[in-house]
Design a protein around this ligand. Structure first.
Ligand code: IPE
Ligand code: IPE
Ligand code: MG
Ligand code: MG
Length: 289
């Protein structure tokens, strides 16, 4: 229970900060942005960031702006991912997608608003005078992961790669960019702000890379079980590529490798261990009763 309680406290911290940054005014734009973010999903990325940072003994107040920014970026990406010109989805987190609820124009702008707000939050992060270099490195890591070589580049591959001509390196590149990059960055930023030593930073980076890939393989498995209908059927998908059994084996292998990378860390890395295992056990979700 100790790990669950500690993760639940971290989730509460994230929710409070998201509510705070999204309560600036009551304009229609902020209303749509709040709809997109609150109440939210699993908060997996900010939990990884806070857990990684906590392992390296960074103060939560120095981590929270980056955790919040990562979640804002993730939510912008979902709003845009659901748009008619992208995945054309009607439901997200059990309620109508942003464009279904408010129209495409406001949904696009709310996504832009969330992305821009993320950078405002990171730029405004209060850090000690001797930590300005680390703050810059954290912002750069997050920018790269969300950008053309990360999430955006991955989304472009998602819409341009032909499922029939897919190869294993190509689908790996796709999932590493569209989903893995932001997840790896979450863990890396915890290590940056917490001044991790090189060997430990390498270990959590390796953990992050494996967790990032595992997360999308798992999402594709869950989507295939839900037989989720998207308006655009011809999209690369790990389960369609290798079949459900092999996808399950890959997921398990990636999670085991991630956990293996934690071997050089002390037993205080138990939250990272728990979060990795949550990808294999659907009932493991922070805050789920
Ligand atoms: C869904 O992400 C989209 C992917 C990148 C696979 P999450 O599964 O983290 O979504 P929420 O935030 O919990 O709703
Ligand atoms: C979402 O990927 C990835 C990003 C938003 C960057 P998917 O399109 O596979 O995720 P879901 O299934 O809509 O959540
Ligand atoms: Mg998509
Ligand atoms: Mg989608």
């Amino acid at each position: 229970m100790r790990v669950e309680n500690s993760l639940a406290a971290k989730k509460h911290l994230i929710e409070t900060e998201l509510e705070h940054v999204l309560s600036r005014d009551d304009s229609p734009l902020f209303r749509v942005m709040r709809y997109a973010v609150l109440p939210g999903g699993k908060r997996f990325r900010p939990l990884l960031l806070l857990s990684s940072g906590a392992y390296f003994k960074a103060a939560p107040r120095h981590l929270v702006p980056f955790a919040c920014a990562i979640e804002l970026i993730h939510n912008y990406s979902l709003v845009h991912d659901d748009l008619p010109s992208m995945d054309n989805d009607d439901i997200r987190r059990g309620k109508p997608t942003c464009h279904r609820a408010f129209g495409e124009d406001l949904a696009i702008l709310a996504g832009d608003g969330l992305l821009t707000l993320a950078f405002e939050v990171m730029a405004g992060a209060a850090v000690p005078a001797d930590a300005l270099g680390r703050k810059q490195e954290a912002i750069q890591t997050i920018s790269r992961s969300a950008g053309v070589d990360g999430l955006i580049g991955g989304q472009v591959l998602d819409i341009t790669l032909k499922p029939k001509r897919l190869t294993r390196p190509k689908i790996d590149e796709l999932i590493r960019k569209k989903t893995g990059a932001l997840i790896s960055a979450s863990i890396e930023v915890g290590a940056i702000i917490g001044r991790a030593r090189p060997a430990e930073r390498c270990a959590v980076l390796d953990y992050g890379k494996n967790i990032g890939l595992a997360f999308q393989v798992r999402d594709d498995i869950l989507d295939s079980r839900r037989k989720k209908k998207t308006g655009i059927p011809d999209r690369p998908d790990y389960v369609a590529f290798v079949g459900e059994e092999k996808a399950g084996q890959r997921l398990e292998g990636l999670v085991r490798r991630a956990i293996g990378s934690l071997g050089v860390l002390s037993s205080r890395a138990e939250e990272l261990h728990w979060l990795a295992l949550s990808l294999l056990e659907p009932e493991r979700e922070v805050g789920r009763a």
